[in-house]
Design a protein around this ligand. Structure first.
Ligand code: QVM
Ligand code: CO
Length: 468
């Protein structure tokens, strides 16, 4: 059986430059800037299929919006992994695929020219001192040209911090404006290292170093005015196995249903560990937002019951419409003095790939979260977009038959008073048209204002950003 969303998990070969897109409806006159998107776009190396959505080769997309018009460019990131797939083989260990297959020729590795190693940075896009960079969970950022999307090279860090795993979701500190992230160093002894990186620098300053015996898989984390919170789910790894097993990245991690989730709260003012707060097991990729309310830390997270979603996102499971479970927006409250954690579901609507009005509400109280939504049980694909009011639990949804949207990016209207005054931008697969489109919603009413048709199907991607 072929799912009608299958083109979203099918390789795209075409790369186009500055194509004017036909626009349906009316773009707001004030909307001017560029939406950059990142995501996997090739799902096999020659005849060898990748196993997982997260393994696909990174492609960048650029929608330049202004004067009521949209122009579109897309380009693969030129990485060592991309060049290996061009040659018909999986060259490196990926999230859930590995090069140790019978198709794999040792000759290739032996005589390959020394790669200026650019990783398969298919997850996110973040501005750094070196310009726009594409990120994945290997701590090597790939910088690219904002106009042509051409790969420039590795945006090299100039410090000597050591580590092998990081997140593609650095935060901006609400207090200092620095980029903040964590870097996991491992070996005989392993450490979560929380660092800050001034926006004008490629040097990371270590803030906190927390020893950990079995590190957890953490795709993102939370930040508030004063704290960084690592939510460590009971999906953990023996670091030596990760180093030595030769298995794909995620295959080294084990879910422990009897385990706990630990919230590691780091005080960014002095780098101390404020505490380690425990609650029942759950799993998440994405934190929505967090803030301080006196001695209580409020963390909003797209939470799953367990880590089985990782398997539900394998390409064969998705193509065969195997049922998984969607995340729900969930609030965790940590009482720092009492040491207790409580939780409750924020809304009845499933939510993933969450975005907020980040510029004004990151690390602060807020009201609106936007995300993709889908069936609470079913294949884990987006069937619509949702806007959740985290104060009331109310929600609005946008959907169209056989339309599959990606992450909705909120763009505030200049000079706006209301938190939700602006638009939401999402790249949507239109299975009937056989193409993708950029959809523009009014963020307040959640009604569609305009759409711009792309000349091909864009495979389902992860994250991106809007630059005014
Ligand atoms: C080695 C490794 C990799 O929502 C999207 C999430 C995407 C996540 C991705 C694409 C994660 C990819 C992770 C390729 C990990 C690679 C690491 C970090 C440590 C090395 O020692 C081993 C190369 C497998
Ligand atoms: Co993510």
């Amino acid at each position: 059986m072929t799912a009608d969303y299958a083109p979203g998990f099918t390789s795209l070969a075409a790369e186009v430059e500055d194509v004017a897109l036909p626009v349906d409806g009316e773009l707001p006159a004030w909307l001017s800037g560029t939406l950059f998107r990142n995501g996997p776009a090739r799902f096999e190396a020659g005849k060898v299929p990748f196993r997982h959505w997260f393994d696909g080769q990174a492609m960048l997309h650029r929608f330049a919006v202004g004067d009521g018009a949209v122009s579109y460019t897309n380009r693969f990131i030129d990485s060592a992994t991309k060049r290996a797939t061009d040659a018909g083989r999986i060259g490196y260990r990926e999230f859930a695929s590995d090069p140790c297959q019978r198709y794999f020729s040792r000759l290739f590795t032996r005589f390959r020219p020394a790669p200026r190693f650019v990783p398969n940075a298919n997850v996110n896009i973040v501005p750094m001192a070196e310009g726009l960079t594409a990120l994945t969970e290997v701590p090597l950022a790939a910088s690219f040209d904002a106009k042509t999307l051409a790969t420039v090279g590795v945006a090299a860090y100039t410090d000597s911090l050591d580590g092998r795993v990081t997140t593609a979701h650095p935060h901006q500190s609400p207090r200092t404006g620095d980029l903040v992230n964590y870097l996991l160093s491992f070996g005989q002894n392993s450490f979560y290292q929380v660092y800050r990186q001034p926006v004008t620098s490629m040097a990371r300053d270590l803030v906190a170093r927390i020893p950990v015996a079995r590190p957890g898989y953490m795709h993102s984390f939370a930040i508030t005015e004063n704290f960084v919170v690592l939510a460590e789910f009971p999906l953990t790894v023996n670091p030596l196995k990760l180093l030595l097993s030769g298995k794909p990245f995620i295959d080294n991690y084990r879910w422990d249903p009897q385990g706990e989730t630990r919230f590691l709260v780091v005080d960014m003012r002095n780098g101390s560990l404020r505490g380690d707060f425990r609650t029942a097991p759950f799993f998440a990729f994405h934190h929505i937002n967090a803030f301080e309310q006196g001695d209580v830390l409020v963390l909003d997270i797209c939470a799953y019951e367990d880590a089985s979603v990782i398997d539900a996102l394998r390409l064969d499971a998705l193509r065969d419409e195997v049922a998984g479970k969607f995340a729900f927006p969930t609030r965790y409250e940590i009482d720092l003095d009492a040491g207790t954690v409580s939780s409750r579901r924020l809304a009845g609507v499933p939510l993933e790939l969450p975005r907020i009005h980040y510029g004004q509400h990151n690390g602060h109280p807020y009201r609106y979260a936007y995300g993709i939504t889908g069936d609470s049980e079913g294949p884990v694909v987006a069937r619509g977009l949702a806007k959740v009011d985290v104060e009331t639990g109310g929600s609005r949804e946008w959907s169209q038959p056989r339309n599959y949207p990606g992450e909705p990016v909120f763009v505030p209207e200049p000079g706006a008073d209301a938190e939700d005054q602006g638009v939401v931008l999402s790249v949507v697969l239109d299975a009937d048209a056989g193409t993708s489109k950029l959809v523009v919603l009014d963020a307040q009413s959640f009604q569609e204002l305009a759409s711009a048709k792309v000349p091909h199907t864009i495979p389902f991607g992860f994250h991106g950003l809007f630059h005014s």
